[in-house]
Design a protein around this ligand. Structure first.
Ligand SMILES: *Cc1c(COP(=O)(O)O)cnc(C)c1O
Length: 386
């Protein structure tokens, strides 16, 4: 793009984006110090799961995990699969899970033969609809899964009340919501299980990676075993392992190389979050009152938005996207209703709110390589009309 200079530098003196590319939707963020951190791991004896993973788990847990225990894994999907196993789900059990999310939320149910019932979206937030969850829950329901869409926490008190009435766990997919708070508490400390993702374009990236926060610390030894084939690794290292595997495990650990990236990102997380929130607030200001468009999830006072996605509902979405593209601004849907995939059982007919927005939502660029001036430019383009 050939716009004015950014008014303020993005954090950490990041390079301004390639002008020919325009403003892209996503851009991975690697802190400057990460390079030295990773290099030192590469020169050490531990590159797989070693001391850096343990350190990353501890530092992450202090910040986000509350009373729970944080376990680093190879991806957010790994973390969800572990959470589903640890919550005791068995083949044939039923869960309630959001229809509007990344496929990562739903796919692990297929690994396990768990039956999933898709819950509709709340039209104001695109988070899970509480009235629909109330309608779906029954004596066969064994867990409720929610996704904090774009970074805005779901109605957790309501979800916890429903879950408590049925004595079932709540599992949070918080891939979008690192740093979000709900009624003063950090996401990560609220439910039985919370999963975070460190995939390339998330708030923190380790290339690929994830974290599972398990509230009941008594589950931690099992979680650690099934993260590593089912082997009791700590006893193995001490030489006191009885040399048996009695439960199915996976190869879901994080490496020290990845953890070094995570540690560096954690250290500058406050700036990362603040910059994202600054951009989100700039969008709110720029797009306020634009006819044919409204922002999703902008008006809450009892919870803070982690500003991973800036999503709007727009009229004439195709024309809107083409118009933005002509002005060198990328946009996209990012996530799709999961019942569009035949492997997930195909289209459901009890999701009217999803039906109403599926051709109208759009995600706008929001990442650390952008400045407030970029958002002002996007705002000025949109206000001219499409
Ligand atoms: C990114 C993401 C995940 C996890 O993805 P991984 O690539 O496995 O880390 C899960 N749920 C949602 C909503 C996501 O956006």
């Amino acid at each position: 793009m050939t716009q004015k200079e950014p008014k303020e530098k993005p954090v950490n003196d990041l390079p301004v984006m390639d002008e020919r590319e325009g403003i892209v939707l996503f851009y991975p963020h690697i802190p400057k110090e990460a390079v030295a951190e990773v290099t030192s791991v590469l020169h050490s004896r531990w590159i797989g799961q070693g001391p850096r993973v343990a350190q990353f788990e501890q530092e992450f847990n202090i910040r986000f995990g509350g009373v729970g225990r944080s376990l680093a894994v190879g991806s957010g999907t790994d973390a969800l699969h572990l959470a589903y196993i640890l919550s005791g789900l068995q083949p044939g059990d039923e869960v309630i899970t959001p229809v509007f999310t990344c496929t990562a939320t739903t796919i692990p149910f297929l690994y396990m033969g768990v039956t999933f019932r898709f819950a509709d979206v709340d039209p104001a937030t695109l988070n899970i609809s509480i009235p629909h969850v109330r309608q779906l829950v029954n004596e066969k329901t064994k867990a409720i899964v929610c996704v904090h869409y774009g970074g805005l926490p779901c109605d957790m008190d309501e979800l916890h009340a429903i879950a408590a009435a049925h004595n079932i766990p709540v599992i949070e997919d918080a891939a979008h919501a690192l740093g979000a708070t709900y009624r003063g508490k950090p996401v990560g400390s609220l439910s039985d299980f919370t999963m975070f993702s460190f995939q390339a374009i998330k708030h923190i990236t380790t290339g690929d990676g994830g974290m599972l926060v398990v509230r009941d610390r008594a589950l931690a030894p099992k979680a650690e075993r099934i993260r590593w084939f089912g082997i009791d690794r700590s006893n193995k290292q001490k030489g006191t392992w009885e040399n048996d595997i009695w439960e199915v495990g996976y190869k879901y650990q994080m490496t020290d190389i990845a953890a070094a990236l995570g540690l560096a990102a954690l250290r500058e997380f406050d700036q990362t979050l603040a910059h994202r929130q600054r951009l989100f607030n700039a969008y709110k200001k720029e797009l306020h009152g634009v006819s044919g468009l409204h922002l999703i999830g902008a008006g809450h006072t009892d919870r803070t938005h982690a500003a991973w996605l800036c999503t709007a509902i727009v009229e004439k979405r195709e024309a809107f996207m083409q118009y933005l593209r002509a002005n060198k601004i990328e946009s996209g849907q990012v996530h799709y209703r999961n019942d569009r995939y035949s492997v997930l059982g195909g289209r459901r007919d009890d999701l009217p709110n999803m039906d109403a927005v599926e051709d109208r939502y759009i995600v706008l660029p929001l990442h650390l390589h952008m400045s407030v001036a970029d958002v002002e430019y996007i705002g000025s383009v949109i206000r001219r009309g499409w």
